[in-house]
Design a protein around this ligand. Structure first.
Ligand SMILES: N[C@@H](CCC(=O)N[C@@H](CS)C(=O)NCC(=O)O)C(=O)O
Length: 195
C-alpha cells in the first residue's frame, strides 16, 4: 500500500494506524500548493480531488477519504472493531471527527477573516468538549487504541498549533500526551519529518 500524505495533515491518522499495526506502508509526500508529489508526479492526475489522504491499494485501485481509509487500514492493522455495535461506534467517531471537527479547521488553515477564525475556534472548543465528556477510558473505544484515536490525535495537534483553549478538556490533554508516547505515533511523526 502507498499513502499519499502531507506532513502533519489528516493523512497522518492513517499513517499512525498503519505504524501502530506494523503494516508495511510506502509513503509519497505531496506538496499541496503545487499538487506535485515528491517523485515529480502531478497529484491531480493521481487523485482528481487534489487532497490527501489517498491510498494506493495492492490491486492498483485508489482509495480516498479519511472515513474510508481509517476503517480500511484499521481492519488490516487489527485496530478497528470487527463487527457489532462497537464497529458502528468507531464509525460514529470517525464521522464526527471528520464532519464536525476536521472541517471546522478550514477557516483557521485557509486564511479566513478574524471573525470566521474566532467562530471556528469557538465551535471546535465546544465540539472537543463533547468528546471530553465521552472519553471515560484511555481511548475513544475504551482501554485500547483503535483507528479513530489516530484521527482525534491529529485534530488535537492542530488545536495545539492553533492555540485552541483546552482548559475545559483535561482528559483530552492527557489523551494527547498518552498518544505522543506511543511507538506507532512516534514512528509516523518521524517518517513525516515531524519529530
Ligand atoms: N474529505 C476529505 C478531506 C481531506 C482534507 O481536508 N485534506 C487536506 C489535508 S488535512 C488537504 O489535502 N487539503 C488540500 C486541498 O484541499 O487542496 C477526507 O476526509 O479525506
Amino acid at each position: 500500500m502507498k499513502l499519499y500524505y502531507s506532513p502533519g495533515a489528516c493523512s497522518l491518522a492513517s499513517h499512525i494506524v498503519a505504524a501502530e499495526g506494523g503494516l508495511a506502508l510506502e509513503l509519497e509526500k505531496v506538496d499541496l500548493k503545487t499538487h506535485t508529489t515528491e517523485t515529480g508526479e502531478d497529484f491531480t492526475a493521481i487523485n482528481p480531488k487534489g487532497y490527501v489522504p489517498a491510498l494506493r491499494l495492492e490491486d492498483g485501485a485508489l482509495l480516498t477519504e479519511n472515513a474510508a481509509l481509517l476503517p480500511y487500514v484499521g481492519d488490516k492493522a487489527g485496530l478497528m472493531p470487527k463487527d457489532g455495535m462497537a464497529r458502528y461506534r468507531a464509525l460514529e467517531w470517525i464521522g464526527f471527527i471528520s464532519g464536525e471537527l476536521h472541517k471546522n479547521f478550514a477557516p483557521l488553515f485557509g486564511g479566513g477573516d478574524e471573525d470566521a477564525k474566532a467562530k471556528a475556534k469557538e465551535k471546535i472548543t465546544a465540539r472537543l468538549k463533547l468528546v471530553e465528556d465521552k472519553l471515560t477510558g484511555d481511548y475513544l473505544m475504551g482501554d485500547g487504541f483503535s483507528a479513530p484515536d489516530a484521527y482525534l490525535y491529529v485534530i488535537l495537534r492542530w488545536a495545539e498549533k492553533m492555540k485552541i483553549d483546552l482548559s475545559a478538556s483535561p482528559r483530552l490533554v492527557q489523551f494527547k500526551a498518552r498518544m505522543d508516547k506511543r511507538g506507532g505515533v512516534q514512528k509516523a511523526l518521524s517518517e513525516e519529518g515531524l519529530a
